[in-house]
Design a protein around this ligand. Structure first.
Ligand SMILES: [Zn+2]
Length: 123
């Protein structure tokens, strides 16, 4: 799925607990919250993680009517307008007058490759 070289910023691996694709530098799986035993190959700075984007919204299904269904899809686009990731997060149903809250957050940190290579380049 990822073409980033191991040890470079953006390198990924599979969480051994939940099998989600996560950053190689992650010390804690952002999906399942488990601590990851083996060491990262990317140095993440000691600066705190910042959240440059966080969106929260809620929808309430109309009280008068039939139950409804929803689908949550998140996609990531690059500078050139190309969709580089697309994921179905979840589906579900809501009864009349039920509410769901959805939160999207992007966490960012600086990362320095231990080996040669820069983000988005091959060598
Ligand atoms: Zn996990």
């Amino acid at each position: 799925m990822s073409s980033v070289l191991p040890g470079s910023p953006g390198a990924t691996r599979d969480c051994p607990h939940c099998r989600e694709t996560i950053l190689d530098s992650a010390a804690v799986c952002p999906a399942c919250g488990h601590y990851l035993r083996y060491g990262a190959r990317v140095d993440v700075s000691q600066e705190p993680v910042v959240t440059p984007l966080r969106i929260e919204g809620r929808i309430r299904h109309p009280a008068d009517g039939e139950p409804g269904e929803y689908t949550v899809v998140v996609s990531i686009w690059n500078d050139r307008g190309e969709e580089i990731a697309r994921k179905l997060i979840g589906v579900g149903a809501m009864n009349p007058d039920e509410q769901r809250t959805f939160t999207l957050s992007v966490e960012a940190m600086t990362a320095k490759a231990k080996g040669p290579g820069k983000v988005g380049t091959r060598h």
